[in-house]
Design a protein around this ligand. Structure first.
Ligand code: UD1
Length: 327
């Protein structure tokens, strides 16, 4: 008996925090991967494991140079699953660069989506964002709350919304609207890096932690391995636990935990988990900061049976261990 080879996948943004974990997971499940990223290969440090796999093909390319799928299919003709993560990822950067953000997060998504439809791809999974909801006070946030009338706080949120809408109106493709993702490989080095990566790096180094605002703001933090499982189910790589069959999803789905934590609690827990004695300082609230953010995950759970596996504390401890190991 011969076993049919698994279909190839395209992952844009493959060298980033989430893209690299997704690439590793797809390779581990037997799928060849063409990974596209703007970073030069030498800077793609998250892909050390993937580079050792002969089924992985790296393409250094800006997503704004359209024709990405055609180029990837020259390397691997049978690409059936498209995971589109490449984006301007920093909200604050998007405020200063609205045109680049629109081009990258909206126009380039549309172009890749059109190519994927024309090529007969089976799955197109777009990385949406909780930022699409703006500062909506109706918590927990349901998918239908983001509409054409929503005022997103940033070009980042607006462009992500337009791309999610495209998944819905075209009838092909799925947007996973992620809340606050954390875990190993999240880059702590920019002033706008995710709060958990910053707090852990600071605590492990014995430095003080700075909370912007009063620290009463809350976030719905989800661990990266749960995010990767949501991708594999949505992309039809893993069977949908509810139906038992591997089928790509269509539409828009929140992906979070449904639970929230305040930034004050987070700072204290990060210090405890790192075994540190750092002080907690306060600075003025960041412009455009949303106060509360919490996902309603009912739609994704009802559709797929997915619930997050990793509780916050064990995710935080695993992240602390990883940051220690990289020092
Ligand atoms: C995050 C995402 C963004 C996504 C958005 C969806 C990151 C880096 N950003 O933004 O891509 O679109 O969720 O809603 O994951 N804070 C401190 N001290 C610090 C750093 C942050 O107090 O040193 C506070 C911030 O002011 C904020 C909270 O922690 O209130 C979370 O900040 P951050 O991790 O940057 O994420 P979001 O702004 O929620």
């Amino acid at each position: 008996m011969t076993i049919a080879p698994k279909a190839a996948c395209l992952v844009t943004g493959c060298a980033g925090f989430i893209g690299s974990h997704l690439t590793d997971a797809l390779l581990a499940s037997g799928h060849p991967v063409v990974g596209v990223d703007i970073r030069p290969r030498a800077e793609a440090v998250n892909l050390a494991g993937a580079f050792a796999d002969p089924r992985f093909h790296y393409m250094e390319r800006d997503i704004n140079e359209h024709g990405v799928l055609a180029a990837a299919r020259q390397v691997c003709p049978d690409i059936r699953h498209v995971f589109h993560l490449a984006a301007v990822v920093m909200v604050a950067f998007s405020m200063d660069h609205p045109e680049l953000t629109m081009a990258t997060n909206s126009t380039a998504t549309r172009a890749l989506h059109e190519e994927s439809v024309a090529a007969g791809a089976q799955a197109f999974i777009f990385a949406g964002s909780a930022a699409e909801y703006g500062d909506d006070p109706r918590l927990p946030l349901k998918e239908e709350y983001a509409t054409d009338d929503t005022e997103q706080a940033s070009p980042y949120g607006k462009a992500k919304y337009l791309s999610s809408r495209l998944m819905q109106t075209s009838g092909f493709g799925c947007s996973l609207r992620f809340f606050n993702i954390f875990g190993p490989r999240q880059d702590p080095s920019s002033p706008y890096s995710g709060v958990i990566s910053k707090f852990i790096t600071q605590a492990v180094a014995g430095k003080d932690l700075t909370i912007f605002g009063d620290g009463g703001q809350t976030r719905d933090f989800i661990y990266v391995s749960d995010v990767i499982r949501s991708y594999l189910i949505a992309g039809g790589i893993l069977p949908n636990p509810r139906t038992g069959t591997a089928e790509p999803l269509a539409g828009i789905f929140n992906v979070g935990t449904g639970s929230i934590m305040s930034i004050n609690e987070l700072a204290q827990q990060a210090i405890r988990s790192a075994g540190a004695s750092s002080a907690i300082l306060h600075a003025p609230a960041r412009a455009g900061d949303i106060y509360h953010s919490q996902a309603d995950i009912d739609l994704f759970t009802r559709t797929t049976g997915f619930t997050p596996d990793v509780d916050f504390l064990s995710g935080l401890n695993q992240t602390v261990d990883w940051f220690r190991s990289t020092r």
